[in-house]
Design a protein around this ligand. Structure first.
Ligand SMILES: Cc1cc2nc3c(=O)[nH]c(=O)nc-3n(C[C@H](O)[C@H](O)[C@H](O)COP(=O)(O)OP(=O)(O)OC[C@H]3O[C@@H](n4cnc5c(N)ncnc54)[C@H](O)[C@@H]3O)c2cc1C
Length: 311
């Protein structure tokens, strides 16, 4: 923010509603709307072809916990309890040093859903014990790394319980005078956090808009369409990937891919590298045939490596 002001930008902190857009449009060439998922996302219409879910597919509980031994090397890990949900252990720096952000992605109606519905603030000790009990049964590899004498939230209140409905909204609207009002970040595309991509996607979108502003001379509907086209491959592909990850029951071809990854290092590496190109994972998991093709490609790579044909 300081850098923005150093470069002659002006920051004004106040509440904005859609009724303010016309006045903003008279002062500015472009109105970019990025109020996150809870706010006036409904100003932009939904794109039903890429928004398959009417409600959240995971009931979430995420806390910053002390007492979870970090992996060596320090890494994000994902544990899956079929039919009940995923647990992401994300190493994270906090005000008080390293912690584990344990993100419980619980299937609605499953045994772990209670981790969202039982409010931690009602009885923190009971919640801590509940979490330990559930981890022991459903996510034993993470449970094994917990030192129970230290296991507690880093600070009271370091926990979030709720749910996210994935949705992609229209890219823009035009005001009566032609001003472009552009949706950005969660207001444009909200994904479940199971693959930790929302903020990455929001910053990607911001870069696309910044580039377009620099390259184009005019901010009009053509500008808005260009922005929409440039970000669509990645945003839609990312969303398709995440929506497959949270499908219930887990599609057999995704199970097959996860199983194959546990046996094939190079396939696992490609999937992980694709966190920087998430639409490629959208392509990989789109159909059973695409999963088979990815597995076959890595199997032949492994065979070639074993026979010395690939250095
Ligand atoms: C549990 C969980 C874990 C996540 N983990 C990851 C992760 O590991 N990696 C990742 O990349 N993403 C992650 N995400 C997603 C990420 O948090 C969001 O995608 C990202 O914050 C979206 O950025 P944004 O700028 O669009 O919206 P936000 O970050 O929500 O910012 C919106 C801003 O607009 C302000 N605002 C809202 N309404 C108004 C109004 N009317 N007037 C003025 N201001 C307003 C808000 O106060 C806020 O400051 C996670 C999300 C959740 C829920």
């Amino acid at each position: 923010m300081a850098e923005y002001e150093n470069r002659c930008g002006t920051i004004e902190i106040r509440n904005i509603e859609p009724s303010d857009f016309a006045a903003l449009g008279r002062e500015h060439d472009l109105v970019v709307v990025a109020p996150g998922k809870r706010s006036f996302g409904e100003y932009f219409g939904e794109r039903p072809d890429v928004s398959p879910y009417a409600k959240p597919q995971r009931h979430l509980a995420v806390g910053f916990w002390d007492g979870v031994e970090q992996t060596d090397p320090r890494a994000v890990t994902m544990s899956i309890s079929p039919g009940h949900g995923e647990l992401l252990d994300l190493p994270i720096t906090t005000f008080d040093g390293w912690a584990s952000a344990l993100l419980c992605e619980n299937v609605p109606g499953g045994d772990l859903e209670i981790l969202m519905t039982q409010k931690e603030s009602d009885d923190p000790d009971a919640y801590r014990q509940l979490l330990l009990d559930k981890l022991k049964v459903h996510h034993p590899t993470v449970y094994k790394r917990i030192d129970q004498s230290r296991f507690r939230l880093m600070r009271p209140g370091d926990i979030l319980q709720g749910a996210v409905r994935p949705v992609i909204r229209d890219d823009y609207r035009l005001l009566d005078d032609g001003t472009v009002v552009l949706a950005l970040g969660d207001a444009h595309s909200t994904v479940d956090p199971v693959t930790g991509q929302g903020a990455n996607s929001a910053s990607f979108e911001a870069q696309v808009v910044a580039d377009a502003i620099i390259e184009d001379e005019i901010v009009d509907e053509r500008f808005a369409k260009n922005v929409a086209l440039r970000r669509r491959e990645r945003v839609d592909g990312l969303s398709a990937w995440v929506n497959t990850m949270i499908a219930t029951p887990t599609p057999p071809h995704l199970q097959k891919l996860l199983g194959a990854m546990s046996q094939m290092r190079t396939l696992c590496d490609e999937f992980t590298e694709n966190f920087s190109h998430p639409h490629r994972n959208g392509d990989m998991v789109a159909t059973p045939e695409r999963v088979d093709a990815a597995i076959a490609r890595h199997a032949s790579l492994g065979a070639a490596t074993a026979s010395g044909k690939v250095a």
